[in-house]
Design a protein around this ligand. Structure first.
Ligand code: SAH
Ligand code: SF4
Length: 365
């Protein structure tokens, strides 16, 4: 059993069955999520017998590191993890706001992150929720590889712990976590929320909900459920088109939940939570990047507490579309803002190591 799959109550129950005092479970929990121990022998405050039992009954390493890659500017690291059943998933660390380390400063971040201390050092993790993805967005490498399986809550949490342990050795901490790696988080809803709650636990990792962002392809029932459950986690919705036929051509999910239904669900989310929703938009040259489309988008989003995060398309093997150039991206943003919709153009990151949005496909070469 993977130790990261347990919440504190489950751990306490097991310790109770082992006739261990309840405070032992808390010690283990704190060891895992506060001291960031990665193996039973690090728990020096536990008796030897208990440490051996932990080692026998639990797995502490849910995956092995197959390989990792650093971008040429060293700001981005992508790690390829191999799960025990052979499936591969990737997770990415992005370092922002270190002008001394990286002479050309990154462009503005998504506003959800930007609100917390613009210009400060940020260590953002992008983690995966599934091996592969069933949604089949044509421009996305994960979609192109198809669906393998859901990750358990512990397999999701463990990606964050892996990087948290690594950063700790460098005297640093994780500041933001985005569920924007491989997979569709709302297609694995329960495990993702269990992972969110585990990361958020005040006796453990204490990771503030407001520093977490979930990105969804637009699964309507789950957007509503998420709104009802009231977590303070940021929500991003991948839109990429303002017309239903155009969206359907690149995102098969639009057949099930079209733009009107997605935006309706987002309205519900904003009303319930009073939180702003982010719309994601991969700018594809000549496909969805004209000022006219920006105006069409703005009229759909009118009156909604929202923000558009546009990012020039990252290249993937299976899609021929190209990235919008700087000038066209600026014109798109201008057209949106003239119509009253705030927009950020995000800089592409980690492209040289295929670690950008939509590029995660667990290639081993
Ligand atoms: N499945 C979720 C989260 C993972 S994808 C979702 O689709 O929202 C994270 C973001 O990357 C999404 O906004 C997705 O649309 C975007 N994306 C996918 N492929 C991309 C590409 N080739 N270039 C830029 N962004 C891409
Ligand atoms: Fe899946 Fe998101 Fe990629 Fe679409 S963009 S295929 S939903 S990971």
């Amino acid at each position: 059993m993977l130790i990261y799959d347990l919440d504190i109550a489950a751990l306490e129950k097991i310790f109770n069955e082992w006739n261990e005092p309840a405070y032992r479970a808390k010690q283990v929990w704190q060891g895992l999520y506060q001291h960031l121990y990665s193996s039973p022998d690090q728990f020096s405050n536990l008796p030897n017998s208990l440490r051996s039992r932990l080692a026998e009954e639990f797995t502490f390493a849910p995956f092995t590191v197959r390989t990792y890659l650093d971008s040429s500017d060293k700001s981005t690291r992508k790690t390829l993890f191999q799960l025990p059943d052979g499936n591969l998933v990737e997770a990415v660390l992005m370092r922002y706001g270190d002008p001394a380390d990286y002479p050309s400063p990154p462009s503005p971040l998504p506003a959800a992150e930007g609100r917390r201390g613009e210009g400060k050092k940020r260590r953002t993790l992008c983690i995966s929720t599934q091996a592969g993805c069933a949604m089949g967005c044509v421009f996305c490498a994960t979609g192109q590889m198809g669906f393998k399986r859901n990750l358990s809550s512990g397999e999701i949490v463990a990606q964050a712990m892996y990087y948290a342990q690594m950063l700790k050795e460098q005297g640093e901490t994780v500041t933001n976590i985005v569920f924007m790696g491989m997979g569709e988080p709302f297609h694995n809803y329960d495990n993702v929320m269990a992972a969110v709650d585990r990361l958020n636990n005040p006796d453990g990792f204490k990771f503030g909900a407001r520093r977490l962002t979930i990105s969804t392809v637009g699964l309507v029932p789950q957007i509503k459920r998420f709104a009802d459950e009231g977590r303070q986690v940021n929500l991003a919705v991948s839109l990429h088109a303002a017309d239903n036929d155009e969206r359907l051509a690149i995102m098969p999910v639009n057949k099930k939940y079209n733009i009107d239904e997605v935006i309706e669900a987002c309205k519900y989310y904003v009303e319930r939570t009073r939180r702003r929703v982010t719309f994601e938009w991969a700018l594809i040259d000549g496909v969805n990047d004209s000022p006219e489309i920006a105006r069409q988008l703005a009229s759909r989003l009118k009156g909604l507490l929202c923000h558009v995060n546009a990012i020039p398309l990252n290249p993937t093997q299976g899609y021929i579309g190209g990235a919008t150039n700087r000038a066209r991206a600026a014109a798109f943003k201008q057209a949106l803002e003239n119509a009253g919709i705030p927009c950020t153009i995000r800089m592409r990151r980690g492209i040289d190591i295929n670690a950008g949005c939509g590029q995660l496909a667990a290639y081993t070469t």
